[in-house]
Design a protein around this ligand. Structure first.
Ligand code: FE2
Ligand code: FE2
Length: 208
């Protein structure tokens, strides 16, 4: 029903932007990893990197919500919602790590959310294959980005690394599922625009 959709969208936006994640009951990946004594500048750098990842997960909430809203296919909507719940775990874990590192979420969160939602909704309106194509394109991009963070995080920051590694594995799973369901490759200009936007997000959230 239309009004249910509106409420679900408002609910997701508000919960995402105010840090009220629910997600599933998967445990915090860093729970058993000892917290190394990081030097102040390492802690600051790790905090900035986790802020970028947190901003990416805000965008993931927005994308999947926009995509689930824009599709007419109830089975696909269900799939997208399932992935979105896993992404909510990612958001929760990033936020917990941000707190441990005395860092903060990006001040541009509403911008990341609106951009993600619009992108997701538009892809969904183009049809099922394009909707799934967006999942594959985004998740591949995120996988590559998280792999770079596994290399670049401060050497002793195994807690952040445990979170990033689990997220990366989940993103690979999301892409594979979408691929199997019949994703199409997005047109080159769209992929290029996504590349530019991901640079804006990874640079912007590093500082703001
Ligand atoms: Fe994620
Ligand atoms: Fe994902």
């Amino acid at each position: 029903m239309f009004s249910d959709q509106v409420i679900a969208n408002i609910d997701n936006a508000l919960r995402t932007l105010t840090g009220q994640q629910i997600g599933s009951d998967r445990p915090y990946p860093a729970r058993d990893v000892p917290d190394a004594l990081l030097r102040p500048w390492e802690r600051q750098r790790a905090g900035r990197m986790m802020r970028v990842n947190h901003a990416g997960e805000i965008m993931a909430q927005a994308l999947y919500t926009g995509q689930a809203t824009g599709t007419n296919d109830p089975a696909l909507r269900e799939q997208l919602q399932q992935a979105r719940v896993e992404e909510e775990d990612h958001l929760r874990w990033c936020e917990a790590r941000l707190r441990e590192l005395n860092s903060r979420p990006s001040l541009l969160a509403p911008l990341w959310y609106s951009a993600g939602w619009s992108m997701g909704f538009l892809a969904a309106r183009r049809g099922r294959a394009s909707n799934l194509g967006l999942v594959v394109a985004v998740e591949n991009q995120v996988e590559e980005h998280l792999n770079s963070h596994l290399d670049e995080l401060p050497a002793d920051d195994e807690r952040s690394r445990a979170i990033v590694a689990q997220m990366r594995d989940d993103e690979v799973g999301h892409a594979e599922k979408a691929e199997a369901l019949g994703a199409e490759k997005l047109p080159m200009p769209v992929r290029m625009a996504m590349g530019v936007f991901s640079k804006v997000l990874t640079r912007g959230a590093l500082w703001i």
